[in-house]
Design a protein around this ligand. Structure first.
Ligand SMILES: *[C@@H]1O[C@H](CO)[C@@H](O)[C@H](O)[C@H]1NC(C)=O
Ligand SMILES: *[C@@H]1O[C@H](CO)[C@@H](O)[C@H](O)[C@H]1NC(C)=O
Ligand SMILES: *[C@@H]1O[C@H](CO)[C@@H](O)[C@H](O)[C@H]1NC(C)=O
Length: 511
């Protein structure tokens, strides 16, 4: 394994701590890279605890810590997003005290009150997904962690309360929901279309809620909305089999365009097609068929190789005869999706292509000075910025946005690659990414987004720590190094949990 780039920084900080602490042992331990996976898992736990302590000290019960100024922000309606998003990770890490703190917080949330617009999508994936996952884990393989069963039951009660607050969103002529809601007036933002991802990334959480409560309404609402995505109209909105446009008319359920990609805005629609099949292969075979078509079409039509680095594979996007040769950190969930679909359906071609995508995403990480990948990049030879000609020549891409906002998708796909192939290289890549994030983004109270991954120190720090740091980055980093468990991704059809798009494991349906 390569030596983490952070080593010189670590050495510097150790030198100063040698002055502060006259005891030699701490330094010796820190200097050595952890040798075992257990030690690496513990290092991820340490990072989680660091961020949790900062959040508790400065921000709880607000949505998130502002990690540079040590204050707080409420970007997700002020219901304590970081706490709810941290729950399933804290359960998996076995952090009993953190879990109890979160459960007591969830019990006291009033989901009917907020002064801000509510995003149906964000609220579903973070809050609803977080609570349902906590319930599934604490009712199942992590049963021993919490002694007060009423706190566990409260997760389901509150999931239902939240869904009951939100469900008016689906009350439209077609059943395609509004995304931006006023829950005080049961109003909306007046949009005429809704996006592909925000419409198509509800069905796992809302179906799970119905399955757990025996109230079919939630599943029905989300599946009705999804039905328009599974049978797209007009036919021109599906330029390649399975690949569909990016916005849907709320009145008619018809697609409003034929702009195709696996990027942000479209991404988790494709992700959930195969995950619904993992959730329940009996009920969701059609979803799987649609995913297979989309995956085959992506291989055939969207696969792209930079001129200067033909060994790399990215997915381009397509609109009306034109290909856009650019991609995003968000898109890097794609490798994991192909690998999951490939192993579940026993399709080695999908696994192989997923690993190609994983390699491409690793290249975006290991080509930069911080060893973290950019938020977006391109490889169109006609658009290379003058000051990036050398970089493009070598790396195969140029950076469009060099920010890193604590996104998980690259580590997520490394994790799938490791679980399914068993190859150590992918776990090493998780570790390298974690070490780079820990050394680049860490502040005294948590982790900050950074402005420029192609500076060794990440450029400047933004005063922002998204709740998905807890839900996703630290969870996938931890899972890659911790032992096998019921919630881990498995090869073939052995999965007993499936991860929602916010990395909350949801228990699958088994007879
Ligand atoms: C929601 O509607 C209420 C009642 O009409 C209004 O007072 C409030 O300002 C609205 N909230 C938002 C975020 O627009
Ligand atoms: C950098 O990424 C490329 C492309 O995935 C890979 O082949 C190479 O092994 C990576 N380098 C290191 C040092 O991990
Ligand atoms: C993460 O950063 C902290 C603070 O600099 C350091 O003590 C710790 O050793 C780092 N962890 C790893 C695995 O590099």
């Amino acid at each position: 394994m390569r030596v983490p780039l952070s080593l010189p920084i670590t050495v510097l900080s150790l030198l100063s701590s040698t002055v502060a602490y006259p005891y030699g042992e701490t330094e010796a331990v820190l200097l050595r890279e952890p040798e075992t996976n257990q030690a690496k898992a513990n290092a991820v736990k340490e990072a989680f605890q660091h961020a949790w302590d900062g959040y508790m000290k400065y921000a709880f019960p607000h949505d998130e810590l502002t990690p540079v100024s040590n204050g707080h922000a409420d970007s997700r309606n002020g219901w304590g997003a970081s706490a709810v998003d941290a729950l399933s990770t804290a359960v998996i890490m076995g952090k009993e005290d953190v879990v109890n703190t979160i459960l007591e917080h969830v019990r006291d949330i009033d989901f009917s009150e907020t002064s801000d617009t509510v995003s149906l999508f964000e609220t579903t994936i973070r809050y609803l997904g977080g609570m349902l996952s906590g319930y599934d884990l604490l009712q199942g393989p992590a049963k021993d962690l919490v002694s007060d069963q009423s706190l566990v039951d409260g997760l389901l009660t509150q999931s239902r309360n939240l869904a009951d607050v939100l469900k008016f969103a689906f009350n439209t002529p077609s059943g395609v929901p509004y995304n931006n809601l006023n829950i005080t007036s049961n109003g909306n933002d007046g949009a005429t279309t809704n996006g592909l991802a925000v419409t198509g990334t509800l069905v796992l959480e809302w179906t799970r809620l119905s399955d757990l409560t025996d109230d079919k309404e939630y599943a029905k609402l989300s599946q009705k909305a999804e039905s328009y995505l599974l049978s797209p109209k007009p036919s021109s909105s599906e330029p390649f089999p399975g690949l569909v446009g990016s916005s849907i008319n709320i009145k008619t359920g018809q697609f409003a365009d034929a702009s195709v990609s696996w990027n942000g805005g479209d991404d988790s629609f494709y992700e959930y097609l195969i995950k619904m099949y993992v959730y329940d292969p009996k009920r969701f075979a059609t979803y799987k068929d649609r995913w297979v078509l989309a995956a085959e079409s992506a291989i055939k039509h969207l696969q792209a190789h930079p001129e200067t680095r033909p060994d790399l594979t990215f997915l381009s996007s397509y609109n009306n005869g034109n290909y856009d040769l650019s991609s995003q950190h968000l898109t890097c969930f794609d490798g994991g999706s192909f690998i999951l679909g490939g192993t579940v359906l026993d399709r080695q071609d999908f696994i192989d292509f997923g690993l190609e995508l994983v390699n491409g995403c690793e290249a975006t990480y290991n080509s930069t000075l911080s060893k973290i990948g950019p938020d977006s990049w391109g490889w169109d030879p006609k658009r290379v910025p003058d000051d990036q000609k050398d970089f493009y020549e070598k790396a195969g891409f140029y950076i469009n946005s060099g920010a890193y906002v604590l996104r998980p998708e690259v580590i997520e796909s490394f994790y799938y690659a490791h679980r399914v192939t068993g190859k150590e290289i992918y776990r090493d890549w998780v570790w390298n990414a974690f070490v780079a994030i820990n050394s680049t983004c860490r502040t005294d109270s948590g982790f900050a987004a950074v402005s420029d991954v192609n500076q060794a120190n990440g450029g400047s720090k933004y005063d922002n720590q998204e709740s998905f740091l807890f839900a996703e980055v630290l969870k996938y980093s931890y899972l890659a190094h911790s032992e096998d468990a019921a919630w881990q991704v498995q090869k073939g059809d052995k999965n007993t949990f499936v991860f929602n798009t916010e990395a909350h494991p949801v228990r699958v349906v088994r007879d």
